[in-house]
Design a protein around this ligand. Structure first.
Ligand code: ZN
Length: 302
């Protein structure tokens, strides 16, 4: 399964910047990219890339005012694209701004991918100013793809992290398992999800999450698609699995409801989402969510 086979691009994928890994450790090359007003600076509000009319807002590097700069990559003209690490007091990692969801209908896949890359990477720097090994300050290195401890005895290197999350469609006898969390919009149901824990494989994480949240044993776990989710730094790993039974024992600390929906109910809710409306049986997730892709692909037989 490759992303090319997906019928729609997954939101936050499809970046157009060349990450140019070979330049990250070449301080001379990075300095040349920044010199002479050549580089572009992604303007941020805190760690949030600024949007205007559904497009990212760029400035020049002088606007960084001495902030640490992360190198996002080279644009199609070969210019360096950078983002500033905001000062500590402006580094709060909160939910995404409402501007992002408002722009979802008009922003290009390339801009959305750059938004996600910058938010995740800048957010990581904002949360890793101190060394977890020894507590000394860290400084940016390798164009922002590393932080190094300033204590010479420690000398630890730290790298931007991505947290894997499994999200899964679960089928039994032609029906699909969906659940809702208390924080969801009214009537919304979606595929279940949870963080992969240390010491487990992808398939094990899927089986554990479904058992914990719905009390169901699953088999035939397979990977479907992935999505970077920059809130703050997840990688959604969308999978499909088959349940061995249909009696749900719900985890009421995680979910408000979980139930089986028929193929017809799911198809109707997805068609309603296409019109921007709620379905009869439930309200389907938006197209920016990988859950939408899972449900769409389940309806199409993957
Ligand atoms: Zn250290």
């Amino acid at each position: 399964m490759t992303c090319e086979t997906l019928l729609r691009p997954v939101a936050f994928t499809g970046g157009t910047l060349d990450r140019a890994d070979h330049l990250r450790q070449d301080e001379g090359a990075l300095a040349a990219l920044m010199a002479g007003g050549q580089g572009r600076l992604l303007l941020l509000d805190g760690i949030e890339p600024r949007l205007d009319g559904g497009a990212l807002v760029w400035g020049d590097l002088a606007q960084a005012r001495g902030a640490e700069l992360v190198f996002l990559g080279l644009d199609e003209r070969g210019q360096g694209a950078f983002a500033p690490v905001p000062p500590r007091e402006r580094s709060h990692v909160g939910p995404p701004s409402s501007d992002l969801w408002a722009a979802m209908g008009s922003i290009t896949p390339g801009d959305l991918a750059t938004y996600g890359l910058a938010r995740s990477l800048v957010g990581w720097h904002a949360r890793h100013r101190f060394c977890p090994c020894c507590g000394h300050a860290t400084v940016i290195a390798k164009g922002g793809w590393q932080r190094s401890c300033t204590d010479t005895a420690c000398n630890a290197h730290h790298f931007p992290r991505t947290d894997p999350v499994v999200i899964m469609s679960v089928e039994h006898d032609g029906d699909l398992l969906l659940g809702r969390q208390p924080r969801f919009p009214t009537h919304r149901y979606s595929t279940l999800a949870g963080f992969v824990e240390p010491g487990e494989g992808l398939e094990e994480a899927v089986a554990r999450e479904i058992y914990e949240e719905a009390g169901l044993k699953v088999v035939d776990v397979r990977f479907v698609a992935s999505q970077p989710w920059p809130f703050p730094s997840s990688l959604m790993l969308a999978c499909h699995a088959r349940a061995l039974s249909r009696e749900i024992v719900m985890d009421e600390t995680e979910l408000e409801d979980a139930r089986w929906f028929s193929r017809e109910e799911v198809a109707e809710a997805m068609a309603a989402r296409e019109r921007g409306a709620d379905g009869v049986a439930f309200s389907a997730p938006g197209k920016h969510a990988v859950a939408w892709h899972l449900m769409d692909r389940w309806l199409r037989g993957f």
